[in-house]
Design a protein around this ligand. Sequence first.
Ligand SMILES: [Zn+2]
Ligand SMILES: [Zn+2]
Length: 148
Amino acid sequence: MKMVDDHHDLFSESLETLKKTGVRITPQRKAVLNYLVESEVHPTADDIFQSLSSDFPNMSVATVYNNLKLFKQTGLVKELTYGDASSRFDFNSVPHYHIICSECGKITDFQYPALEEVEHLAGLVTDYEVSHHRLEIYGVCPECQKEK
Ligand SMILES: [Zn+2]
Ligand SMILES: [Zn+2]
């Protein structure tokens, strides 16, 4: 989730982060990163490939995927996995939760204070060493409601 005006800053900051980790900045890599910063949806590797393939005829889905893996390693993006469906990628700026449309599969961001006490309680009652949690809300998005 990001504010519209901040796209440019986010993009240049992310490029800096990549450069610091010694990653070579290729035009394709830049384009994939930019797509993620601008994207309001949570694209799959294939979505990104589809929309960039006209600009980069030599690019493959594997290239996109490798870039996404790299961005994930540097902490720029989060990978969202949902069962068997292909992973979706989320540019990791502001911490947020997701609400998912059960009709079309769209994922929308919303912000809510981090539920840290749940992690604490879970650790306490189970003796697990808690690393993180995932909260998803399901429903029908406004567009799908209109189609009924
Ligand atoms: Zn929907
Ligand atoms: Zn998100």
